[in-house]
Design a protein around this ligand. Sequence first.
Ligand SMILES: [Zn+2]
Length: 182
Amino acid sequence: METTCPGCGAKFNKCDGPTHKYFGESPECWKAYGQVLAREYENRNYWQVHRLTVDTYAVQHPLNTDKRNIQSVNIHLMALYAILELQQPFETIPPLLDAAANNFKDDFLYLTPPTKLGEITVLDVLGANSAPEHCTAVWDWSRSVWAAWSPQRRAIEELFVRTKPLIGSRHVRTTAALKSRQ
Ligand SMILES: [Zn+2]
């Protein structure tokens, strides 16, 4: 029987299995993502794009309004913005995400997702037959999902601008809460 992931919209053969704590994906989709991650963990040629895989999968499963998921969508969208629009190297992304999580922890805004989150899903990545194909698929996937999120571009850009100066600060709430600006 066919089933559709409520997050990314990919279609899978139905199976049982675990899901993530708060992403809101189907068990089938979670399993496919696990297979993609396994390839990246096992082979450095796949590992090159791991950063993008994690960011893209997270923001393609944004429907759960759990506080942790709201934070996840915000910071992983910011990662895509920094990588795809500002051409920031991958190694600059973890400190950026840490700074946002540490400083805005309880104040992330729910970003209403677009109705369509792009035509490319984790299934397309799983279909790659070599490391170069895998890397190309992940880049295409990330660009497609980021383009789908373009209605929220301004909010993400603002989050980036407010976070950048905070890199390196840890657990210090020195800035005005994000929601106070609404
Ligand atoms: Zn999915």
